[in-house]
Design a binder for this molecule. Sequence first.
Ligand SMILES: [Fe+2]
Length: 265
Amino acid sequence: MRTFHLVNPLPAIPPAIAAAALPAGRLEDAASELRERGFAIVAAASVAAAIPNHAMATDSRLLRSWDRLPTDPHLADGGKYRFRRHASFIQTFSPPALSDVPYRPHWQPKAFNKLHGGIHRPFAPIEPEVAADPTFRALIVRFGNVFGGIATPAQWFIEAHQFRIDASQGEGRPTPEGAHRDGVDFVALVLIERGDIAGGATTIHFNDEAALADLTLVTPWTAMLLDDQRVIHATTPIKPVGPRPHRDTLVLTYRRDGFLEPIGG
Ligand SMILES: [Fe+2]
């Protein structure tokens, strides 16, 4: 089953790995793909297989938590189309562990987010039952292990964001800040649900160069992994084409050198 549409064959990709390698692959191959081209698309089935109990990947209890996301009150464009929650974690490797970090606001420098950078954004926390959910935690750890195979950090400082972009009032913009880096080392974006929308195509670039990829995540649990030090990303606005137009994602960011904080605390 195809999990995304490759809109353009991409000149920046060496011919040997272009068309054949771009369909969503296996999580086991993601590290080499990240090394090779700065991003990897992991098929939903491979993401599910990495979770201890596959059935939980479609557990409606976890999925329905996206219905309880509050409005993002910090959107600079004044829009009410984005809903989100946020939490922080630390992953260690020896011994392997994932620790919850006491609630902290999200902060990015303006260099990485020209619209929302430079201010603390205290988003609503991820619900305790979601933060404790084995599927949720397994996803964080599995992607952290993939990234840890590339960068070998002592620990990952991880921020988790549950997002819903809702287009029921018109256009919704997944990345109102435009093409950007998140300011971390690696990013994992998991599509949770895509309903009744057009648009929502993601482009990945090496800085200002031509797009490496132009793709639309369609199948729930497909993951897009990004080397945030090497590539920038953007997602096009979504428009309603049916009664429940929304795009739900889980975005996980991994940073070696601590959480992004203002210099001087
Ligand atoms: Fe981003």
